[in-house]
Design a protein around this ligand. Structure first.
Ligand code: CA
Length: 234
């Protein structure tokens, strides 16, 4: 890793002063430059003006809520690509799904530990999302699983496994973006494309089949209750 010459900037959009204080303290300790905004409107303005490297976005805000902020960030070409981590409360899976669908990069549920948050921030900042079509010839690795994108071949401990095209697409998509949660709709788009009509249930069928074929590594595809799935080497 190269030495950072400029601190990465993180914008906190959060209305609870004690949470802002804790976040600010810990982020600055980790050498991030911190900007804060205490309402959705102010946060949106700050994001547009300062174009931070990452936005920590509380969903429960007075006035314009976090989901609306996220929607507006994604609508504006200037802020469309900003990284966004949602801060959410327990039991708000429906909001999390909406946020991820709107294009939030990740979420973290309150109350969270500082180390968990820092790990999540680092992971999101590190994430390099290859564009479609850039992956030809690439080999993906996740523990004992190896995926040869050019050959459309997956191996476990060096041994090739038989996958359908949908299963292969699903596995390679999840491995490529491991650690990140995807809704069923996202995964359906990734696997079959948006033009094919399938119900969200079908993704569960693909996941079940894929888990079975992954054998003892099936647990790498983690169900995130009420939200979707994520790939994680556990
Ligand atoms: Ca709040």
């Amino acid at each position: 890793m190269s030495t950072a010459t400029m601190a990465q900037r993180i914008l906190i959009i959060e209305d609870e002063p004690d949470i802002i204080e804790v976040l600010k303290y810990n982020l600055e300790k980790n050498h991030y430059q911190v900007l804060t905004a205490e309402s959705g409107e102010a946060g949106l303005a700050a994001a547009r003006e300062s174009l931070p490297d990452l936005v920590l976005l509380d969903l429960m805000l007075p006035g314009m809520d976090g989901l609306e902020v996220c929607r507006k960030l994604r609508e504006d070409p200037r802020t469309r690509d900003l990284l966004v981590i949602m801060l959410t409360a327990k039991g708000t899976e429906a909001d999390i799904v909406v946020g991820l669908t709107l294009g939030a990069d990740d979420y973290i549920v309150k109350p969270f530990s500082t180390s968990e948050l820092m790990a999540r921030i680092k992971a999101v900042l590190r994430r390099v999302e290859p564009r479609e079509g850039e992956s030809a010839g690439e080999t993906l690795k996740a523990g004992a699983i190896t995926i040869d994108m050019a050959r459309h071949e997956a191996r476990i401990e060096g041994k090739a496994i038989e996958l359908t095209l949908s299963e292969f697409k699903l596995l390679s998509f999840l491995v490529k973006k491991k650690g990140r949660v995807f809704t069923r709709d996202h995964l359906l788009d990734a696997v079959v494309g948006p033009d094919v009509f399938v119900t969200a249930r079908n993704i569960d069928v693909h996941v079940a089949a894929l888990r079975k074929k992954l054998g003892k590594y099936g647990g790498y595809i983690v169900t995130v209750r009420g939200v979707g799935y994520r790939f994680e080497e556990v």
